[in-house]
Ligand binder design. Structure first.
Ligand SMILES: NC(=O)C1=CN([C@@H]2O[C@H](COP(=O)(O)OP(=O)(O)OC[C@H]3O[C@@H](n4cnc5c(N)ncnc54)[C@H](O)[C@@H]3O)[C@@H](O)[C@H]2O)C=CC1
Ligand SMILES: O=c1[nH]c(=O)c2[nH+]cn([C@@H]3O[C@H](COP(=O)(O)O)[C@@H](O)[C@H]3O)c2[nH]1
Ligand SMILES: [K+]
Length: 502
């Protein structure tokens, strides 16, 4: 008999841990630290959203109507990430969000509104999210630029029934649409003006105020030129469904210059999606198509065979998701990301870890388990760039955040997907809620990135590729945390505390 004890293992390699029959999520897992021979600042987090879309920041804003419209798209692109514009609206409005985001290269908070000179402003609401109303001969973006009305100007106007031409201000100095913040600042300074117009192909696309320039200047300096395509415009993605009418929607999006399209389903391994992938690849061979959602290797393999350029992973892991409860289907997000990535990388298909991200540690885990990017809803929904206004709830400033499968969101737009030809009964797979005010993504995303770099440094990965190499060569070691270990890993035993990350 051989009484030599088996070797003591210092943590498990991922493949051993994830073959144990458990569905693990991020909080169940912990990485063992490795060896550091580089500075945290040296960690390179550049990645790919899909086969042909490089990103310098591996962050993606979710296609949800309380997360991604034009302001989020320009801010995420400015940060080196990308937003996927939600489809819970008409095709032309979804396309307009893409156009608005792509028509400038500064992450200002604006969605331009156009009036004709004879129009009358009914109320402050006509300004929507923009501080200005632009007046053109036609009342649309195409047309001679005649002047503008600022919200302050309107509020100070005694005769609210007056036509805008009676009190609008004349067009300010103009700059090309692609001007950066420094160029705009210089022009404002030189002309001693408070506002400058951005023009593209002889059309006014937006106005930028000194106030907006100062606001953006107050955030951490943007590290790169952002996510920019070959045409010099920011990269913007958009989501569509898998119904016949989504083909027409896609045509609108392509005309607006969309850079990648996400097929938005909770269970992506369907005949509907396989057919849509083939259709998109045939009609728009240059366009990257991202399939999903999937959580198993089997599902992923089917979509890869059909030709996807990217995979979105997660079923029921989102903060507003009730899918696992309602349908009893899904997977712990840590396991899902690891399993799908372990097959997708062999075909060079990047994986988006979608849902369940609530802190920087979750991002480190998702990326180190094989994902190329993380997609976030709740993490971004409390920002000023997310659609909707802040309200007070129990003394806290919050913004609405809702699932796209919640009854409220379904009634708003995605009704047809549920009440298709046969389904008569509507079953919600998501809830409506609220998230805390987090300020601008231009501030908290750079801090989150830095925290992620520190996590990478601890595991000895100086890039995303290096983290994936450590994972696959079994150098990366991890363990499952018991309930008590999770309590220990959190804040505990204090009478009170204040949690501040930066
Ligand atoms: N990631 C997640 O865990 C989940 C996400 N969601 C989100 O909610 C939204 C809706 O998701 P789903 O309900 O999965 O939308 P979906 O549009 O993919 O599916 C809705 C229903 O329509 C059917 N369908 C789709 N295409 C069809 C076609 N061409 N012909 C006939 N029937 C067709 C589907 O089989 C399904 O029964 C999405 O934004 C999704 O991201 C919802 C649930 C879970
Ligand atoms: O079960 C669901 N019912 C819904 O109504 C719903 N809406 C969004 N999603 C998914 O959740 C992701 C965002 O999750 P987080 O807030 O955790 O980032 C998103 O990116 C989606 O994958 C839903 N899942
Ligand atoms: K959930």
């Amino acid at each position: 008999m051989d009484f030599t004890p088996p070797p003591i293992e210092d943590g498990y390699a991922a493949e051993k841990l994830f073959n144990s029959g458990f569905s693990y999520t991020y909080d169940d897992l912990i990485f063992l630290p490795h060896y550091i021979d580089f500075a945290a600042d040296a960690v390179d987090l550049s990645s790919r959203l899909s086969r042909n879309i490089p990103l310098s920041t591996p962050f993606v804003a979710s296609p949800m109507d309380t997360v991604s419209e034009s302001a989020m798209a320009s801010a995420m692109a400015a940060l080196g990430g990308i937003a996927i514009i939600h489809p819970n609206t008409t095709p032309s409005r979804q396309a307009a969000f893409i156009r608005a985001a792509k028509s400038r290269r500064v992450p200002i908070l604006s969605d331009p509104v156009f009036f004709s000179p004879s129009d009358v402003i009914d109320s402050e609401e006509d300004f929507a999210a923009s501080p200005f109303i632009l007046v053109t001969e036609s009342g649309h973006s195409k047309g001679k630029f005649l002047g503008f009305v600022s919200k302050t100007n309107y509020l100070n106007q005694n005769d609210k029934g007056a036509r805008v031409s009676d009190y609008m201000e004349p067009p300010p100095a103009a700059l090309p649409w692609s001007s950066d913040l420094a160029r705009i600042e210089e022009e404002l300074e030189n002309k001693k003006e408070n506002v400058v117009a951005l023009v593209k192909d002889d059309e006014v696309v937006d106005l930028v105020s000194k106030e907006e320039v100062d606001r953006v200047r107050g955030y951490p300096k943007l590290a790169s030129g952002g996510s920019v395509g070959a045409d010099g415009e920011w990269l913007v993605g958009a989501a569509i469904g898998t119904r016949e009418q989504d083909k027409e929607r896609l045509e609108h999006l392509v005309k607006a210059g969309v850079n990648a399209v996400v097929l938005d389903s909770s269970q992506g391994n369907s005949i509907y999606q396989l057919e849509m992938i083939k259709y998109v690849k045939k009609v728009y061979p240059e366009l990257d198509v991202i399939g999903g959602n999937v959580v198993t290797m089997y599902q992923a393999d089917n979509l890869i065979q059909a030709g996807v350029d990217g995979l979105r992973v997660g079923m029921g892991s989102g903060s507003i998701c009730t899918t696992q409860e309602v349908c009893a289907v899904g997977r712990g997000q840590g396991t899902a990301v690891y399993k799908v990535s372990s097959i997708a990388y062999k075909s060079g298909v990047p994986v988006i870890a979608d849902g369940g991200i609530s802190n920087s540690g979750h991002i480190v885990k998702a990326l180190s388990l094989g994902a190329s990017t993380v997609m976030m809803g709740s993490f971004l929904a409390g920002s000023i760039e997310a659609p909707g206004a802040y309200v007070y709830q129990n003394g806290q400033r919050v913004k609405k955040y809702r699932g796209m499968g919640s009854l409220e969101a379904m009634t708003q737009g995605s009704d047809q997907r549920y009440l298709g030809d046969t389904a008569k009964l509507k079953i919600a797979q998501g809830v409506v809620g609220a998230v805390k005010d987090k300020g601008s993504v231009l501030k908290f995303v750079p801090y989150t990135m830095q925290a992620v770099r520190q996590g990478f440094q601890d595991i000895g990965a100086n890039s995303l590729q290096s983290a994936h190499d450590l994972l696959r060569s079994r150098v990366l070691r991890l363990e499952v945390r018991t309930g008590a270990a999770q309590v220990e890993g959190g804040i505990h035993g204090l009478v009170s505390y204040e949690k501040k990350y930066y």
